[in-house]
Design a protein around this ligand. Structure first.
Ligand code: SAM
Length: 297
């Protein structure tokens, strides 16, 4: 496997990620599931879940759409084996296949709904991945992209300030792995540039009001258990500081007198029926735009 296709492969394959995805699904799915009503899918829809991991959401979608045919694709064998075994009773219409999100083995315009959750923050050039999702989506079909953004996690200060981890540490780690910890806020623009229409940004609000403190804390605990080693190497923080900051984040969530929140952007839109363009602008055009002062012709 090319590391530039999944630079966090070690963390994604760790047992802590199975716990993390279960806790994230418990926290987010109750808010996210209603968004699918907007897509008004036909009962026999074809649904693709790219970077499906342990199949938490692929299986929930299979339950929500009992006549749909679904495929979950992931680049790692471990989570796929787990998902196949755990959801074996759905195997006649839900399959889990190995594949690379940047080069999906499906014809153009194959799926009514293409889902991709918690993946964009972990890969370089996420805009290329989004382009591939749009390619395999049918004209008039829907894209549903949950796109993390580590500038959208907020904790009250403890003896140390947990935000140092999420603001400075995760940023340095993302630079070291050529990923973008703030991809969430950019995903709408990337999909717009691909010609995706009827774009919406909704938020799952993982906070100490809407989600049990224990579930929220478990997400951070699982991140701590899976990522402390990598962050120790790349986050540019003092020895022991990464773990201490994770622990301060967890304490802040579990403190019954404190409030903490993680806003999780979910960007959705429809592959245009006619005249839509799916090629992102050439690189030189995009960088020219980025350097042009606002208001200039
Ligand atoms: C954080 S998990 C999210 C799992 C699932 N989407 C969910 O919401 O529960 C990210 C998954 O994306 C997969 N992934 C990363 N890069 C990939 C790529 N280039 N192609 C396919 N899967 C990839 C990882 O192996 C991992 O299982």
């Amino acid at each position: 496997m090319r590391m530039d296709r999944n630079p966090q492969a070690e963390q994604m394959a760790d047992a802590s990620m199975i716990r993390n995805l279960a806790a994230q699904a418990n926290a987010i799915w109750p808010q996210e599931s209603r968004l699918f009503e907007r897509y008004a899918l036909a009962p026999n829809a074809r649904i693709l879940d790219v970077g499906c991991g342990s199949g938490e959401i692929t299986s929930r979608l299979a339950t929500s759409y009992p006549e749909a045919r679904l495929v979950g694709v992931d680049i790692l064998d471990g989570p796929l084996a787990y998902a196949r075994e755990r959801y074996a009773e759905l195997a006649d219409r839900l399959t889990f296949e190995r594949g690379d999100a940047f080069e999906l083995a499906f014809e153009e315009s194959s799926f009514d709904l293409v889902v991709c959750r918690h993946v964009t923050q972990s890969v370089p050039h996420a805009e290329k991945l989004l382009e591939e999702l749009a390619r395999v989506c049918k004209q008039g079909g829907w894209l549903h992209v949950l796109s993390e953004d580590y500038g959208m996690l907020h904790f009250q200060e403890r003896a140390i300030d947990p935000e140092k981890l999420w603001r400075d540490g995760v940023r340095a780690y993302s630079r070291a792995t050529s990923t973008d910890e703030r991809i969430g806020r950019k995903t709408w623009s990337f999909l717009k540039a691909l010609g995706v229409v009827e774009l919406s940004v909704d938020y799952a609000v993982v906070d100490t009001q809407r989600v049990s403190r224990e579930t929220f804390a478990e997400i951070i605990r699982a991140w701590r258990d899976g990522y402390t080693g990598a962050l120790d190497l790349h986050a540019g923080l003092e020895k022991g500081e990464v773990r201490a900051l994770f622990d301060a984040s967890i304490e802040s969530i579990l403190d019954p007198d404190a409030y903490a929140v993680w806003h999780v952007p979910i960007v959705s839109g429809r592959k245009g029926v006619r005249g839509a363009q799916f090629a992102v602008p050439p690189q030189d055009e995009r960088s020219a735009d980025a350097t042009r002062p606002p208001g200039s012709p």
